[in-house]
Design a protein around this ligand. Structure first.
Ligand SMILES: [Zn+2]
Length: 184
């Protein structure tokens, strides 16, 4: 089986890195749907995260992992620029709300709701119909980019990895660090 992704620097044996990449992949439905000019959001985000991880073998892995997490978190805000719609004849348009659902969840919801009425294979890569469309629109949000990223982080980051980003675990006063363990 062909690997889903390739990286140069990221240690895929790192439990957090591997799971975060997989979560990102699952959130956007892989490389097929969310892309501009044939460059997929997933690949671009992973490439930037790979560069952020870096290749300094003397550096503590925790610092690499933190930069990797921050890079992915930063790039998440771009998802709000993707307009993903599913058109249903006479019934208007359904929009994917990326805060609420992953893209595969949205697709499955639409399939369950409308499959019987449709004769076309709307979501396949060889679809001939125009029912399902993805376009790129610079969203004119009044929120700071950073804040919009946090709206999506629940899809990607488990609670324990937010600790690495600087938010202490529930009930803890300080973040836990493998570099400077705090005995509590
Ligand atoms: Zn269709």
């Amino acid at each position: 089986m062909e690997p889903k992704y390739e990286v140069n620097n990221i240690n895929l044996l790192h439990e957090g890195a591997d799971a975060i990449i997989q979560n990102l992949y699952d959130f956007v439905g892989g490389t097929e749907y969310i892309k501009i000019n044939d460059v997929s959001f997933f690949k671009k985000t992973l490439l930037r995260a790979d560069i952020a991880w870096g290749d300094d073998c003397n550096e503590h892995q925790e610092d690499k992992f933190r930069r990797f997490c921050n890079s992915i978190l930063d790039d998440l805000s771009e998802m709000f620029n993707y307009c993903v719609v599913y058109k249903i004849k006479n019934n208007g348009i359904e929009h994917w709300d990326c805060i609420k659902q992953s893209l595969p969840e949205f697709i499955n919801t639409q399939k369950m709701k409308h499959e019987k009425k449709k004769k076309c294979d709307c979501f396949s890569s060889t679809a001939r119909c125009q029912c399902f469309q993805v376009s790129y629109v610079e969203a004119q949000t009044y929120l700071e980019k950073e804040k919009t990223s946090y709206l999506l982080c629940h899809h990607i980051f488990e609670r324990k990895w937010l600790n690495v980003l600087g938010l202490p675990m529930p009930g803890r006063e300080r973040v836990y660090s493998l570099k400077n363990p705090i005995i509590q």
